[in-house]
Design a protein around this ligand. Structure first.
Ligand code: TYD
Length: 134
């Protein structure tokens, strides 16, 4: 899979560090929505679906977690454990988020507004759809 973790700009400062991300710059789409995942009990999984159109950029603002990615052909595990790492998840990618550390905070920047019809929640249906476009 052609997936890599981006390193976001870091402004190192004795007063505390700062990182940022801009539309169409570090983030290769216009951000239409953001949401965040927090208070995840140990051992819990999130995700377990793909989007037909939505692209996402995921940052572990605090703590760490792993993102399991599957494009219907290949799988990859990406660990996010720094607040300046960002993971771009293309559309039509099955994703599961696991191994959340205590007090982890996942920030997700999305290319579309929330639309329940954009989800594929059935893995076999995803594989069928992925075959059509891969
Ligand atoms: P879901 O996307 O299934 O969560 P995850 O992929 O992290 O496991 O969303 C969980 C619930 O939250 C679901 O009922 C839909 C709702 N939701 C919104 O209302 N707006 C949003 O932007 C998101 C991402 C979810």
């Amino acid at each position: 899979m052609d997936i890599h973790v981006a390193t976001l700009p870091k402004i190192l400062d004795k007063r505390g560090n700062l990182s940022f991300a801009e539309n169409m710059n570090q983030i290769p789409f216009e951000i239409r929505r953001t949401y965040w995942i927090y208070d995840v009990p140990g051992g819990t999984e999130r995700g377990g679906h793909a989007y037909l159109e939505n692209m996402e950029f995921v940052i572990a603002l605090s703590g760490s977690f792993d993102v399991l990615l599957d494009d219907g052909k290949e799988t990859e595990k990406i660990s996010l454990n720094r607040s300046y790492y960002g993971l771009l998840i293309p559309k039509m990618t099955w994703r599961t988020m696991v191994n959340f550390s205590t007090n982890s905070l996942a920030l997700v920047l999305s290319s579309t507004e929330y639309d329940p019809n954009d989800y594929i929640r059935d893995y076999n249906e995803f594989l069928q759809a992925a075959k059509g476009i891969i």
